[in-house]
Design a protein around this ligand. Sequence first.
Ligand code: C2E
Ligand code: MG
Ligand code: MG
Length: 332
Amino acid sequence: DNIIKKLSNPIIINDKEIFCTLSIGVSVYPIDGGDMPILLKRADMAMYLAKVNGKNRYEFFDIKILEILNREFDIEKGLRVAVDKNEIKMLYQPKIKVDTEEVIGFESLVRWNSKSLGIVSPSEFIPIAESSGLIIPIGKYIISESFRKCKELTLKTTKKFKMAINLSEVQIRDEDIVSFIAESLRICDLSAEYIEFEITESIIMKSAEKNINTLEKLKKLGVSLALDDYGSGYNSDRILLLISPKFIKIDMDIIRNIDSDPECKIVENIVNYAHERDMKLIAEGIETIDELKQVIKLKVDYLQGFLLAKPQYLPPRIQEDVIKLIQLLNEK
Ligand code: C2E
Ligand code: MG
Ligand code: MG
């Protein structure tokens, strides 16, 4: 814990802040092995698990690790053919504007129903897709599908629904990404103003300058950026300024504890900071009326969460959700 805590502050090298994450594997003599080579090998496996479980953490070796590594192997194997086998589908979760109580857009969320493994959650397979590089082709499919759906909505409704698509750091590092997005917009005959990309602070961890450069190119195309899961990670003002997103999404863990003073203060600070800089706030993961009341009181601009509307296929239930939502907001 101490080692990870020490490294959580940026390291200053040549006046630049370098952010570093640390994954640690631990094996214990003599339970996990009687000599150095076996202990090291097992510590290495535990470290691998720490990476798979989200990095910046430690894991102890456990004999179950072998099962976990096998599962990961199966997932990677399944992912290689998932798009071709038509196993990847998108769901769309509504985002609601507080002052008008209207659905203003959707976040596209990937779903994988594998013939061999069953339903695998994105929190499990996205990290594996990232570490194996498979997020590049799968991510392109996701972008194309989401653009297509967005265009369909512009044709089927008179509202200008925006589509938000999650982009992982690995996708941003892909040389092709900007031209792929530009070309996909052209193919769909879709204006860039409809599109928003959700990124996280992790884009600063690797190739920070190059990634920021890519984000600038994306902004020039006319798409907007939202900083996802804010408040859970580094919470650095510098990262916010570097990325300068149009929207900040407050992490669901903070929303869950929004009744407690520290969390409430965090949100208050983020709201003030963002509004002074012409950025808008989105509260995600709202599950209860109390959370809803609280975020509205704290002057968050947009809402998202199971209480209001779950991720869903579109467009059949847009209207029902709007009605349910307006009722909820009127009860607040
Ligand atoms: P995220 O972008 O922060 O997405 C929000 C997650 O919270 C989604 O989980 C969503 O279904 C869930 N959620 C929404 N409202 C609520 C709520 O009220 N309560 C709770 N408990 N959960 C709520 P999901 O779809 O499982 O996705 C998990 C993560 O996987 C996403 O977090 C995102 O980081 C990644 N992901 C999902 N789809 C994609 C994608 O198409 N591309 C990429 N690169 N990453 C994706
Ligand atoms: Mg997101
Ligand atoms: Mg999020």
